[in-house]
Write a protein that binds this ligand. Structure first.
Ligand code: UDP
Ligand code: MG
Length: 316
């Protein structure tokens, strides 16, 4: 019988854990033909998540528990889940039941049809705020344009099924800047998706604010494309063109002026200020793009571990 490893990152989820196990254990029991193991990654929670998980581990014999020395972030927790999971099939899901567990049944059906990656695609984002929906839509548009041969699927978060082979390839990737949702399409393999409606978080609250979302968006773009690094070149050429045009116009005005066709004309301070701010904006924009990549080069060259494990307790 094949083993499914359920990889679940958990950060300050003490309120969610009882409901999580209640729901998941029920769904797992309904699924025939597979045995399940939990790979729960405590991402340096400050509440009682770890001690509650240890209690559950005493009651249930299918829980592997990885606990970090501090909070390393969601992506690091997923990476650790991949490293510690021993199953033939891996499913990543959030602890807050926003990814409905019943969808695993559809995922496993697709797996049996021969797909090695089954993405969970969110079809209805009505429950997300207006702002989140629109920033997400803009993000997917940008990344689609930039990522070239790596096809980052739209509206696919972390909820997905992968065969062991796919995860083995991801585990081999040397980079420290981990973005799971880009690594999976990078690895490739026969992929499909199942649709689901993302639920509201029953308890606790989201750990993502707009700042961390933009950070994730930056990581996703930088890890899947170097296209933005070409922008300065294009912008530079464009600005040189504008410059040449202005030079010619200026020359014509000057000639008209000395030949007496027109009188003295006023360079208004307003236009000068606009052009100063415009050039400054372009320079900082370009520097910003460079900075995004240089920052990540630094992280890679430091070569620090993606996470540090404080405790690993294997299932009985
Ligand atoms: N999470 C984590 N480390 C963090 C933040 C979040 O392991 O630093 C986990 C969290 O416990 C949950 C999942 O990542 O299982 C998704 O987090 P959340 O529900 O806050 O994100 P959202 O669903 O709002 O995008
Ligand atoms: Mg959530």
């Amino acid at each position: 019988m094949k083993t499914v490893s359920l990889i679940v990152p958990m950060y300050n989820e003490e309120e969610m854990i009882p409901l999580f196990f209640e729901t998941l254990n029920k769904v797992i029991n309904e699924i025939e033909g597979y045995q399940f193991e939990y790979v729960l990654v405590n991402d340096g929670s400050k509440d009682n998540t770890l001690s509650i998980l240890k209690e559950y581990q005493k009651k249930q014999d299918n829980i592997n528990l990885v606990s970090f020395s501090r909070n390393f972030g969601h992506e690091a927790a997923v990476a650790a889940g991949f490293a510690y999971a021993k199953g033939d099939v891996m499913i990543v899901m959030d602890a807050d039941l926003q990814d409905p567990p019943e969808v695993m049944k559809d995922m496993l059906k697709k797996y049996e049809e021969g797909y090695l990656v089954v993405n969970g695609k969110r079809v209805d984002r009505q429950k997300d705020s207006f702002m989140k929906r629109n920033t997400a839509a803009a993000f997917y548009k940008v990344i689609k344009k930039l990522s070239g041969k790596i096809k980052v699927p739209e509206n696919v978060g972390n909820y997905r099924l992968m065969d062991r082979r796919v995860v083995d390839e991801i585990n081999k990737l040397p980079e420290k800047n981990r973005v799971f949702r880009v690594e999976v399409p990078f690895a490739g393999f026969k992929t499909t998706e199942v649709e689901f409606v993302r639920q509201e978080r029953p308890k606790g609250k989201t750990h993502y604010n707009y700042k961390s979302m933009f950070h994730l968006a930056g990581d996703s773009i930088c890890s899947s494309s170097i296209e933005p690094l070409r922008y300065p070149f294009v912008i530079g050429i464009g600005l040189m063109g504008i410059n040449a045009f202005l030079f010619i116009v200026n020359f014509i005005f000057h000639m008209c002026h000395i030949s007496g066709v027109i009188g003295q004309f006023n360079y208004s301070l307003f236009y000068i200020l606009i052009s100063i701010f415009f050039s400054l904006g372009v320079i900082l924009f370009v520097l910003g793009i460079m900075g995004m990549y240089i920052g990540r080069i630094m992280i890679e060259s430091q070569d620090r571990p993606v996470y540090i494990v404080d405790e690993y307790i294997e299932k009985r």
